[in-house]
Design a protein around this ligand. Structure first.
Ligand code: GAP
Length: 452
């Protein structure tokens, strides 16, 4: 973990937030390469969950959430972690994270009894701060998918089964944020709520567990580092009939990367009015404040059915940490020197291709290199970097360390002899001459081939 944290900062992937003021605990910022990696991971998820299917629609809902939403979802009452205070050093801890009965800060055993601590952040809405007008920062993106259920149904007329996908920020006032970007207070989720007929839910649950494992494999996560955890009944969230966690061997241990829950008809039912007519399976929160029925009408029987929900919910930040951990390696070369490589799958790499002119002051070489940069950039594969530091060897090393799959060097042979460039491969370090006329097709193949 220490090596990853240090590389992340040195190369501009991830920084402690508000660093110059001593930081803000449990909050991180993504730097020039981190934003690319994170965007690429989110784009891969969106492609798999929305574009490659015809039964899922996208959504981008607000973060500020009406308190009623989180009242009827059950979060106001139950979204808590058990907290203890150390009476000696005044620090606070999550009771279920303590190893033994002593305070991890000072070693004292003078701890309070555990009490529930609600993890939701509140913020004032409008100019009057009298406590009556506030919103929550959403603790999961899922609730806005449920409250928009009817809007999306009316707009797109889908048939069951169908899903609504969303990627966005979520906020939790974690008692003890830790392990770099693993447990933070501001993070992103990639969530799909997949609505199915009651009775077909268990089969769809199995299907989504298999789909999601396959997807993590496609992002370069070795299957030996993934394990499924069938959450026991006494650990289930209040809305869940069954949850399977995808666990990943993080540098600090085996922990949850994604949760795949069967939320039954709990959420849609709880947010609906006139629940008595809905034949709900789960114990929904009685609701007199909603003006809507989040249900599907059976056109033959005219009865209303509330779909069950299967929810694969993955953390973007945990995904970034897993992908970085998988990609990181230090190799000893034949001459005894070491090189650090981030062997990202090319579709995730922050920089797809670096174009390096052999001489930064040579007009012919520079013009050619800049032209190739423009041509490759126009392919829309992601960031193509023109970099004229003039030291090709150092450039290769730097790009190994940030995971650039290919470096293209423009030299005298390019402009004076045969219009070819050297393409150097990150993983094998081999170099081949490619005709400039073929370069775009070559790069496109290399990037998209690796994605499947
Ligand atoms: N809508 C369901 C839900 O939110 P969750 O298991 O509480 O379920 C889903 O969260 C995913 O969000 C987790 O698997 C994890 O990847 C990510 N996540 C949750 N809390 C997090 C935190 N404090 N920091 C980083 N990621 C977090």
């Amino acid at each position: 973990m220490d090596e990853l944290v240090s590389l992340a900062k040195r190369r501009g992937f991830i920084f402690q937030s508000s660093d110059i003021y001593g930081g803000l605990q449990g909050v991180y910022d993504y730097g020039p390469l981190g934003v690319e990696l994170k965007n690429n991971l989110k784009a891969a998820w969106w492609r798999a969950m929305v574009y490659e299917r015809d039964d899922v629609e996208g959504l981008d809902a607000a973060i500020l959430t009406n308190p009623l939403t989180l009242k009827y979802s059950g979060h106001e009452a139950t979204f808590t972690d058990p907290m203890v205070d150390c009476r000696n050093c005044k620090s606070r801890w999550r009771a279920d994270h303590l190893e033994g009965s002593a305070c991890p800060g000072c070693g004292s055993e003078d701890l309070t009894e555990p009490r529930p601590f609600n993890l939701m952040f509140k913020t004032q809405l409008g100019p009057v701060d009298d406590g009556s007008s506030f919103a929550y920062l959403r603790p999961e993106t899922a609730q806005a998918i449920f409250t928009n259920f009817k809007n999306v149904m009316d707009a797109t007329s889908p048939k069951l089964p169908f899903g609504i996908a969303q990627i966005g920020k979520a906020f939790r006032n974690e008692i003890t944020p830790r392990n770099f970007i693993f447990r933070v207070r501001e993070f992103e989720q990639m969530e799909l709520e997949f609505f199915v007929r009651p009775g077909e839910d268990e089969q769809w649950h199995d299907t989504w567990v298999a789909e999601r494992l396959k997807w993590w494999g496609q992002q370069g996560v070795n299957e030996n580092n993934l394990e499924l955890y069938h959450v026991p009944a006494d650990e289930l969230a209040h809305y869940s009939k069954a949850t399977v966690d995808v666990m990943y061997r993080f540098p600090h241990g085996l922990e949850e990367l994604e949760g795949i829950a069967n939320r039954t008809d709990f959420d849609l039912g709880s947010h609906s009015k006139n629940q008595d007519d809905l034949n709900l399976h789960a114990a929904a929160t009685p609701n007199k404040e909603s003006n809507s029925r989040l249900a599907v009408q059976n056109l033959e029987t005219k009865s209303w059915e509330v779909p069950f929900v299967i929810e694969p919910s993955a953390g973007v930040d945990r995904g970034v940490l897993a992908v970085m951990n998988e990609a990181y390696r230090v190799e000893t070369l034949e001459n005894g020197s070491e090189r650090t490589v981030m062997a990202f799958k090319p579709h995730l790499a922050p920089i797809k291709v670096a174009i390096l002119p052999l001489k930064r002051n040579h007009d012919g070489i520079v013009t050619k290199a800049k032209g190739l940069k423009r041509e490759l950039q126009a392919l829309g594969l992601g960031r193509i970097l023109y970099e004229d530091t003039g030291n090709i060897g150092k450039g290769y090393r730097r790009h190994d360390e940030v995971g650039t799959p290919m470096c293209v060097t423009v030299d005298f042979q390019t402009i004076e002899e045969d219009d070819t460039v050297t393409v150097r491969d990150r993983d094998t370090m081999s170099q081949e001459r490619i005709a400039c006329a073929d370069l775009a097709a070559y790069v496109r193949n290399r990037i998209s081939e690796a994605e499947v």
